[in-house]
Design a protein around this ligand. Structure first.
Ligand SMILES: [Zn+2]
Length: 432
């Protein structure tokens, strides 16, 4: 199949608004796709010449085609936690989130929410997400079964937590280890599924569970590891009181061998310079969750500062549903922009769209599969309409550059601006 439209794909991180060499843009572009892969991309006439005669063609002009969005941190069992009225992280967890996650012991509930979860991902143009399931293996089974059914590239893990939560949400170091191993055996590499080793955070894991986590990481060094770090001052103080031997919060994870290039650490708002150095030295990724940070009043993430240090820290962006308040990566980057504004920093639209696509793919070490429109990669992409609503259409009348178009989509756009989502070469949003 031949997909025609205006195409945009990043080659590397843009250094400025004028860094045109950082991306490939075709005002009349095309993708040649077959068997779930992009076979060729570029100018329409060039790609058309490589296609077999009489090939089916879908014309999305004047809309813009981008790689599918990637969300590097969210919680699948928190779809019904979104918009819960709480003062801060720990109150929000104890009052709303933990009780809701207890319901995922029931497979029927987990399966119902999994259906909604994947519908929302597709509706919002997110083709890959990195998810926390609940502590229950049933939640992970429901998640990966649905991912397999939809042929989506997903990363997820069974949450391990053995203290400081209701009884219905606790495993033990042994159970967390055994069930994670079972999940890896059943789901890792099946379809496009990736399993992540997922201790929730240091507060809810005993040192024994952290040691079991370390063992898993040693046994499965290729797997992603995800947890939370330095989101909120009370959380940091509580963590340090539980691990008095550690120098700081980051050192808790370092002591259990949890840091490295496949490790995704949600939030990282209040890191010291020492902690940033450790993140940089280990190649760990700081995952920025703007709507969540604002909603829970957690703080302002130093995105630009982390990138320009002598020892830069790798970063990615994410929704953090349900602490986050939108499934949309467009809404997410709009809030990321404002968080930088409040710190006197600029986040230009090319940087934003790089982050949502190739940047996040690189943070996941998956840029050879997703995040670009390059030949040989998965045919996961989205079609964007900058005139999706009457208010957007009015503003679009005065937009006359690609940067302005991207910025309009980010500032005013949401799921309504996603006219189509393609997963493994198939249009899946229409007909949801
Ligand atoms: Zn989170």
């Amino acid at each position: 199949m031949l997909i025609r439209g205006r195409t945009l794909s990043f080659l590397r991180k843009p250094e400025s608004l004028d860094d045109h060499a950082a991306y490939a843009y075709e005002s009349d572009g095309a993708l040649l796709i077959a068997e779930g892969l992009i076979l060729a991309s570029g100018a329409y006439e060039t790609v058309k010449a490589q296609a077999p005669e009489g090939i089916a063609e879908i014309d999305h002009r004047p809309h813009l085609i981008l790689p599918g969005f990637i969300d590097t941190h969210l919680h699948f069992p928190q779809m019904q936690v979104i918009g819960s009225y709480a003062a801060n992280l720990l109150e929000w967890l104890n009052t709303y989130t933990f009780p809701e996650e207890c319901r995922f012991v029931e497979s029927a509930h987990a399966q119902r929410i999994a259906t909604h979860f994947f519908d929302e991902m597709i509706r919002h143009g997110t083709t890959t997400a990195v998810a926390y399931c609940s502590v229950h293996k049933s939640s992970v089974d429901a998640f990966f079964a649905e991912a397999l059914r939809r042929d989506m590239r997903m990363i997820a893990g069974k949450v391990m937590m053995d203290r400081n939560a209701p009884q219905g949400l606790l495993d033990t170091p042994e159970m967390g280890y055994d069930e994670t191993r079972a999940v890896i055996e059943e789901w890792h590499g099946k379809g496009r599924n990736h399993v992540a080793i997922t201790p929730r955070f240091a507060i809810t894991s005993t040192p024994e569970q952290m040691r079991a986590t370390q063992t898993l990481i040693q046994e499965f060094p290729d797997l992603h590891v995800q947890t939370h770090l330095s989101e909120n001052r009370d959380e940091i103080d509580f963590t340090c009181s539980l691990y008095p031997e550690a120098q700081d919060y980051t050192d808790v994870y370092a002591r259990y061998g949890m840091l490295g290039p496949k490790t995704l650490l949600g939030h990282c708002i209040h890191l010291s310079e020492r902690e940033m150095d450790v993140m940089s030295d280990t190649g760990s990724v700081a995952v920025h969750c703007p709507t969540s940070n604002l909603f829970l009043g957690s703080g302002l993430f130093p995105l630009k500062k982390l990138g320009r240090r002598a020892k830069p820290v790798r970063v990615s962006v994410a929704t953090d549903i349900g602490g986050g308040s939108s499934y949309s990566m467009l809404r997410t980057l709009d809030e990321a922009y404002k968080i930088q504004q409040l710190q006197g920093e600029r986040l230009n639209p090319f940087e934003s769209y790089h982050l949502m696509t190739r940047g996040n793919a690189e943070a996941l070490s998956l840029a050879d599969r997703i995040g670009t429109l390059e030949p040989g990669t998965d045919a996961d992409f989205v079609v964007l309409d900058m005139a999706a609503t009457p208010a957007m259409a009015l503003k679009a009348e005065v937009v006359n550059s690609l940067a302005d178009e991207l910025f309009l989509l980010q500032t005013m756009g949401d799921d309504r601006a996603i006219t189509e989502t393609y997963v493994a070469g198939k249009a899946v949003k229409t007909g949801l």
